[in-house]
Design a protein around this ligand. Structure first.
Ligand code: SAH
Length: 417
């Protein structure tokens, strides 16, 4: 981290919040979400010290997975959660909100106050959509113009983050697949009471001899001065967003394999790969009692009931603890690029989650697997037992309440690695 970035964090350490907001606003936005399940699964993305994570856990009775890239904020959140008896309902994870290693349909509510600007409103909404369970909602706050801005406001924000007007944000949300069901400009006091006022007090005590601190203080002063002089030009606004129906995805039928499918599964694997290695691997794994788990070999059926795709999860170990390996995945060539493979993979991951499994690894194309939530395994502290490009060895956690396993992968013997 640069000296300036470190100085920024030093200036911000221990503040009640790390952006505009208030408990009143969090409660208001939560009230607009509508009915939630009894124990909703909530993601707080860019949680900072976790003011909203704590409140959401308390008010909903659910479980909050809170992610941030700044570890000291997560430590502050963990302490506050322990203090309020919420430790078992808040899991803090050191992860980027841009790449979340969770499967589809993981959360009933995704929350992000004062943080989406880090990866951009549009990127955040696109990447999070698959994470929403049916009936799920996204709530974010975003800075936006209130009208035509003055020149100083325009030049300040153009250098920091491209602001749009409300109508353009609604349109961007629509393009990302959401309907805006509520729009709520935060009151001006949300900028001051728990953010700029405490921050200004910090500035007066800042150690200006610390490397980077003069620059951090100057930038912070400029931002606060802009708010004082031109604050009516821009606002933070809460957006309550619901995914539009009609995901443009073929509705494939998937199911676990049955004994009658074995021949067809072999055919699919033979047709999908240039040699018989994968077809033989499936059979060797099926014969290996330590590797095979009933119910985690999934097929995709065409309309006539014939099998066109297959995905397999078997038992591997990471750092000696049980995990799952996804391999192989195969689709008949004439059915490729139509979602038949993804459907089998999603179904297998869903079944694994229902069995209480957590960490899954895959070796494969770095352009393909991230759509299911796989991230480079190295980022979760997982290593391949052989030389492999970092981005090709990927991992995913099925249950965000439990941390991923760490260590080196040990594959079943059938893989021959
Ligand atoms: N939601 C909190 C914090 C807002 S400040 C609040 O309202 O108080 C923005 C936060 O985003 C900071 O904590 C910062 O560390 C975090 N952040 C920045 N980039 C991130 C990323 N890519 N993924 C996750 N968190 C990120």
């Amino acid at each position: 981290m640069s000296h300036i970035a470190e100085a920024f964090f030093a200036l911000h350490r221990g503040l009640p919040r790390q952006g505009a907001g208030s408990d009143t606003t969090t409660r208001h936005l939560l009230g607009q979400v509508g009915p939630l399940p009894t124990r909703p699964r909530i993601l707080d993305a860019g949680c900072g010290p976790g003011r909203s994570a704590l409140l959401l856990a308390e008010e909903t009775g659910g479980h909050v997975t809170a992610v941030d890239l700044h570890q000291p904020f997560l430590a502050e959140l963990d302490r506050a959660a322990a203090h309020r008896g919420l430790s078992d309902r808040i899991t803090s994870l050191h992860l980027s909100m841009a790449e979340l290693p969770f499967p589809d349909n993981t959360f009933d509510l995704i929350w992000a106050e004062g943080s989406v600007y880090n990866i951009g409103f549009d990127t955040a909404l696109r990447r999070w959509r698959r994470l929403l369970a049916p009936g799920g909602t996204v709530v974010v706050t975003e800075i936006e113009w209130t009208g035509t801005p003055s020149a100083p406001a325009r030049s300040f924000w153009d250098a920091a983050y491209r602001l749009r007007e409300h109508a353009a944000n609604v349109e961007a949300a629509r393009a990302a697949g959401y309907r805006t069901t509520h729009h709520w400009p935060l009151p001006d006091s949300d900028w001051w009471d728990e953010y700029y006022n405490p921050l200004e007090a910090r500035i007066t005590e800042a150690d200006l001899d610390r490397p980077g601190m003069r620059e951090a203080v100057a930038a912070t002063r400029a931002e606060i001065a802009l708010r004082r002089e031109h604050g009516t030009d821009y606002q933070y606004a809460g957006y309550v967003l619901r995914p539009e129906n009609g995901k443009n995805r073929m509705n494939w039928n998937t199911r676990p394999e049955t004994p009658a499918d074995l021949r067809a599964i072999r055919e699919v694997n033979l047709a999908a790969f240039p040699a018989a290695g994968e077809a033989d691997l499936v059979e060797a794994l099926r014969a290996d009692q330590d590797a095979w788990i009933d119910g985690l070999s999934f097929v995709t059926e065409a309309e006539d009931g014939s099998i066109v795709g297959h995905a397999l999860l078997t038992r591997c170990h990471i750092g000696g603890a049980p995990a799952l390996a996804l391999a192989p995945c195969a689709v008949l060539p004439s059915y490729q690029r139509k979602g038949a493979g993804s459907a089998a993979i999603r179904a297998a991951l869903e079944a694994a989650r229902a069995l209480g499994e957590n960490t899954v690894v895959v070796l494969g194309h770095a352009e393909y697997y991230p759509r299911f939530g796989f991230v480079p395994a190295s980022r979760l502290g997982i290593r391949a037992p052989f030389e492999v490009p970092d981005e090709a060895m990927m991992a995913l956690t099925l249950d965000p309440q439990r941390p991923a396993l760490t260590g080196t992968i040990r594959y079943p013997a059938a893989f021959g690695v």
